[in-house]
Design a protein around this ligand. Structure first.
Ligand code: AMP
Ligand code: MG
Length: 491
């Protein structure tokens, strides 16, 4: 084996391409000129047993942008369909993401490695198969930020850029972000075959997901019902986690919903700054279909699309019964997360009202979501009314009244206050990837060729619960110009 080959000596073991070619098309990436490394994530590299550093292995950069297919890879683009903003689109697919296949990591787990932006595929429709540097930076940082927050997500291994021009609203430059996940199968992967009446393929894909990713379901009497049930549970838990950190996905189309309950396809996402329950992070979403408060309902709607696609595998009553579980599972998951945020260990009947009253007050004052909950760890039982927190509210008397109730509620907890404080600081992050932070990193990369801030933000967001020296500005209120940032589907 020669030296460049060594750089990508990975333990390939392909799973998806063992399926028939009805599910994908084998396709190789289209090269991009003069690639340069923008970011590299050693955490993700360790997961796949990649110990080479791009700095000392230039061939790795060529591999990560798709100019050089490593031996052992089996590149493909998957086909899927999906409901986009409520409308069924009968055929989509990886229009610009080309997977190299599965790599087995040192711990035995396998990761599907995708190069997003690696060129056209049979599913590109009118698209150019490319991704721009701007959106690649956002995806890279947010995947790792979500992982740092403990939220299931695809991971990001690297960004490699090229000065090749890509036309969006303006001309931008191209980049490829290397994405990793156990698998990238979406709700829409099932919808495609259901709507084509290819029920044997619906079954084949369900069998594949079960055998390769959820083998524990195989022993259940009704494995397909158990599959739907698992997706319902995981999705309910995922959305509860999003809500509890103020994450808005922005494009919850069914083709962006992971069958494994991972956060998938980072586009015009956003974290709440000031709390606005109706916040719409995607500039292109003029009706607010995917607003913050809509996310649980949309997730359930999407699950119904999946349930319909799985109907060839179960009785309609079974599907309906399973899908109905979402409401209760979501409610439980959400309340648990919000109790954690308030530092409550026990569950009291009045807690949901305590939580929703607080959120109403925060909405009325556009109180900063991340900062408020972080600061709540220092809530003083002895002087609830004098807490600095009250300054975050327009109606301070109303907050004081809430604080009295909260103080009373805390006295019903047996947990030691110091212990509660520690737990709250481990639940309510100090740092999230606010839009302005990503925007500043993008501007520095684009205008100055300076990738330092991407690296700094990645380091910061790996451990978002720990206050880090010299990083106060990232825990502060966003700068004024942040309100003018507009993110759309363009990527
Ligand atoms: P998204 O909204 O980014 O999830 O994309 C929706 C669909 O359009 C997916 O099937 C993508 O693969 C495809 N797509 C998005 N952008 C491009 C592009 N520039 N070239 C080809 N396909 C694209
Ligand atoms: Mg997508």
């Amino acid at each position: 084996m020669n030296a460049p080959e060594l750089a990508v000596a990975l333990d390939w073991d392909h799973r998806f391409t063992r399926l028939p070619e009805t599910f994908y098309t084998r396709v190789v990436p289209t090269p991009l000129p003069d690639p340069y490394l923008v970011a590299f994530n050693p955490d993700a590299a360790a997961l796949i047993g990649l110990d080479a550093q791009p700095a000392s292995h230039p061939a790795l950069i060529e591999t990560l942008i798709g100019n050089r297919v490593p031996s052992g890879a089996d590149p493909y683009a998957a086909i899927y369909a999906g409901h986009q903003f409520g409308t069924f689109v009968s055929q989509l697919g990886d229009g610009r993401a080309i997977a190299l296949g599965d790599v087995r990591g040192p711990d035995g787990r396998r990761w599907d490695i995708q190069l997003k932006g690696a060129g056209q595929t049979p599913y590109s429709r009118m698209g150019d198969g490319r991704a721009v540097l701007r959106s690649s930076i956002r995806e890279y940082l947010c995947s790792e930020a979500m992982h740092g927050l403990g939220i299931p997500t695809t991971r990001a291994l690297a960004i490699v850029g090229s000065n090749a021009r890509v036309r969006r609203e303006q001309f931008e430059t191209a980049a490829v972000v290397t994405r990793m996940a156990p698998c990238h199968v979406r709700f829409g992967s099932f919808e495609l075959f259901y709507h084509r009446r290819q029920y044997a393929e619906v079954r084949q894909l369900a069998d594949w997901v079960i055998d390769e990713h959820l083998p524990q379901l195989r022993d259940q009497a009704q494995a397909y019902v158990a599959l739907l049930d698992t997706v319902v549970t995981r999705t309910a838990q995922l959305i509860a986690q999003w809500q509890a950190v103020g994450f808005c996905h922005g494009v919850m189309n069914t083709d962006n919903m992971s069958i494994l309950g991972l956060t998938l396809d980072y586009g015009p996402f956003g974290f709440l700054d000031g709390f606005d329950v109706h916040h719409i992070c995607n500039h292109s979403d003029d009706r607010g279909r995917y607003a913050y408060d809509m996310q649980p309902r949309v997730a359930q709607w999407n699950l119904y699309c999946l349930g319909q696609a799985l109907l060839p595998l179960m009785e309609i009553e079974q599907a309906e019964h399973t899908l109905e579980q979402f409401t209760e599972r979501y409610r439980l998951a959400y309340e648990t997360r919000m109790r954690d945020k308030l530092g409550l260990v026990t569950a009291h009947a009045d807690d949901p009202v305590l939580i929703s009253d607080l959120l109403d007050l925060m909405h009325g004052s556009r109180t900063d979501f991340t900062r408020f909950f972080r600061a709540l760890a220092d809530f003083s039982l002895n002087a609830p009314g004098q807490s600095v927190l009250r300054n975050e509210f327009v109606d301070r008397d109303a907050f004081d009244a809430w604080a009295q109730r909260y103080a009373a509620r805390l006295t019903q907890e047996a947990r030691d206050p110091q212990e509660r404080r520690v737990a709250m600081l481990a639940t309510n992050p100090c740092y999230v990837l606010r839009n302005w932070m990503a925007e500043e990193a993008i501007q520095r990369a684009r205008d100055l060729g300076d990738f330092g801030m991407i690296h700094a933000l990645h380091q910061l967001l790996r451990t978002p619960f720990t206050e880090q020296e010299g990083m106060q500005r990232y825990a502060a209120l966003p700068p004024d110009w942040a309100t003018h940032i507009s993110v759309s589907c363009s990527s």
